[in-house]
Write a protein that binds this ligand. Structure first.
Ligand SMILES: [Zn+2]
Length: 63
């Protein structure tokens, strides 16, 4: 597994895009590449930092 290529984190449902910060450059602006429903009713979003291009996968819990 390449830990740098895919990073997963479960974010609280109420901090969707507000609380996400790029761990590489600290930028808070992300482009959403795609969104899909995942296991457990979660929502998976693939995001790309608009500043440095680092990609992250975020998982949002329902409720
Ligand atoms: Zn960045």
């Amino acid at each position: 597994m390449d830990a740098t290529a895919t990073e997963r984190k479960v974010w609280p449902a109420d901090s969707d895009s507000r609380g996400i910060e790029c761990r590489k450059c600290g930028c808070r602006h992300f482009r959403v590449l795609y969104t899909r429903n995942a296991w457990g009713g979660r929502i998976m979003r693939r995001r790309e930092c608009r500043n440095c291009g680092k990609r992250m996968t975020t998982w949002e819990k329902p409720g």
